[in-house]
Design a protein around this ligand. Structure first.
Ligand code: DX5
Ligand code: ZN
Length: 245
């Protein structure tokens, strides 16, 4: 499966007083997706914004809205986020007992289904739901806040999930502490979709954001697994084109 690298700026790092302008600025700056971090002060120790804010900014760009729900429970709110204009809805594996049911509910709403894992959660929890997901989100910080340092412990998990995904049309996203300095390493491990908050919203203008996105993208492209070979070194099967553009 050919997967181009996608950069998804997290608007958690935007100036909320000028949120509409900030959305327009990252759109013009070359963002592929708009990453929306929803926090409830219960599943994570911080509160951000909810479906009404997403609904308000939805008309400002045609880009994919990648909605990361750091809320528990998530199921009662899936419909509201779908109606607000989310394209991808990601729930945390740790946020409820019935992950399989949550993923089915997201797809039943006509949306792409994502599952996210906190740093301490092993990849085994997604083994039996892998065919229900369109995206796996590996948290590379403990969720709740922007501006934290990347956790190197997650490289091995990224590699293992890349292997688990195999040829399936599933995006492997990383989120937390992503910068131009570690973007190559995460794509080399197998990530194809990079969330970045503080590393994108540095500076003030759309031109600054464009330079930041371009730098992250350049590093990410340089690091991607180059040949018909998966990250474990297994030779490619006939017809397999994993990670090749
Ligand atoms: C953290 C959020 C992230 C965060 C990333 O809980 O899920 O999306 O905004 O911010 P940076 O890139 O600053 O770590
Ligand atoms: Zn996020």
């Amino acid at each position: 499966m050919t997967k181009e690298i996608l950069i998804a700026p997290s608007i958690l790092a935007a100036d909320f007083a000028r949120l509409g302008e900030e959305i327009a600025a990252i759109d013009a700056a070359g963002a592929d997706w708009i990453h929306c971090d929803v926090m409830d002060g219960h599943f994570v120790p911080n509160i951000s914004y909810g479906a009404d804010v997403i609904k308000a900014i939805r008309p400002l760009t045609a880009k994919i809205f990648d909605v990361h729900l750091m809320i528990a429970p998530a199921d009662p709110y899936l419909k509201a986020f779908a109606k607000a204009g989310a394209d991808v809805i990601t729930v945390h594996a740790e946020a409820g007992v019935h992950l399989d049911r949550s993923l089915q509910a997201i797809r039943a709403l006509g949306k792409k289904a994502g599952v996210s894992l906190c740093p301490a959660t092993p990849e085994a929890v997604i083994e039996y739901v892998i065919d229900r997901v369109d995206l796996v989100l590996v948290m590379t910080v403990n969720p709740g806040f922007g501006g934290q340092s990347f956790l190197e412990s997650q490289f091995e998990k990224i590699r293992r999930i890349r292997s688990l995904i195999g040829d399936r049309p599933i995006r492997l996203e990383v989120d937390g502490g992503i910068t131009r300095d570690n973007a190559a390493a995460v794509t080399a491990a197998g990530a194809d979709t990079l969330v970045a908050g503080s590393a994108v919203f540095r500076g003030k203008s759309s031109a600054d954001y464009a330079a930041n996105i371009a730098a992250i993208r350049g590093a990410a492209e340089a690091g991607r697994v180059p040949k018909l070979q998966d990250v474990s070194g297994r030779p490619a099967r006939l017809g397999e084109t994993a990670l090749i553009r």
